[in-house]
Design a protein around this ligand. Structure first.
Ligand code: MD6
Ligand code: FE
Length: 213
């Protein structure tokens, strides 16, 4: 495995981590996940404004957002069913790159149609910040922007392409980041224009039995 590029301290980037065959296999597994846990449109707490990104989840917990707030929950907000299991190849990526003995509990699936974006935000709805957040991208490329732990800190941008992995750890775990735009026609992986981003997270505090040898 090649050494990662450090975009800002703690933000590690592995371009092309998943090869084309791995990307195709993962895309097929995600079609099965999404058939059971359909994409939903999250809404901003309080205002109810819809996100431009549609979402689903796999794993024991899933991230949802509606007018009552952001939270993790074990079931789909519309079907009420448990989230499908995480495809094993995502756990392989976590074990190779996350650098923690803690297991991921949630995989958020973001679907960006062309024109969708994600404003600058921190991932801070988890109870455990010692584990990183690992992101894997499929389909069209996106301009990802990351700064520091205040909104005003200077930012850097990196183009995330299909198969790329990014890990936010240590000093970058609570860094502000977002997606400025999707680059149309930049990948042939998916059957329709757009981008999938997967983020794997540890949500609950680790038990000491998981941390100690
Ligand atoms: C995206 N990514 O790439 C949005 N969050 O579509 C994220 O919001 C993100 O890439 C936490 C860690 C890594 C990420
Ligand atoms: Fe995020």
């Amino acid at each position: 495995m090649s050494a990662p590029v450090e975009i800002v301290p703690g933000c590690l980037y592995w371009p092309g981590w998943l090869d084309r065959a791995g990307q195709e296999a993962l895309a097929e597994e995600l079609r099965e996940v999404l058939a059971r846990a359909p994409l939903f449109t999250p809404r901003m707490p309080k205002t109810g404004q819809p996100f431009s990104v549609r979402m689903s989840n796999c794993g024991p917990l899933g991230w949802v957002s509606d007018t009552t707030g952001y939270r993790y929950q074990p079931t789909h907000p519309e079907t009420g069913e448990p989230w499908p299991a995480m495809p094993a190849r995502l756990l392989v990526a976590w074990d190779a790159l996350a650098g923690t003995a803690l297991r991921p509990e949630a995989c958020l699936i973001n679907w960006y149609a062309p024109g969708a974006r994600m404003g600058l935000h921190q991932d801070r709805d988890e109870e455990e910040f010692s584990a990183p957040v690992l992101s894997l991208s499929l389909g069209d490329s996106a301009v990802f922007r990351i700064g520091g732990t205040t909104r005003r800190a200077p930012t850097r941008s990196v183009r995330l392409a299909s198969g790329d992995v990014l890990v936010l750890s240590g000093p970058a775990r609570l860094a502000f980041h977002g997606i400025d735009r999707i680059l149309p026609d930049s990948s042939t992986l998916l059957r329709q224009p757009g981008r999938i981003n997967l983020t794997l997270r540890r949500v609950r505090p680790g038990a000491s039995s998981e941390i100690l040898p």
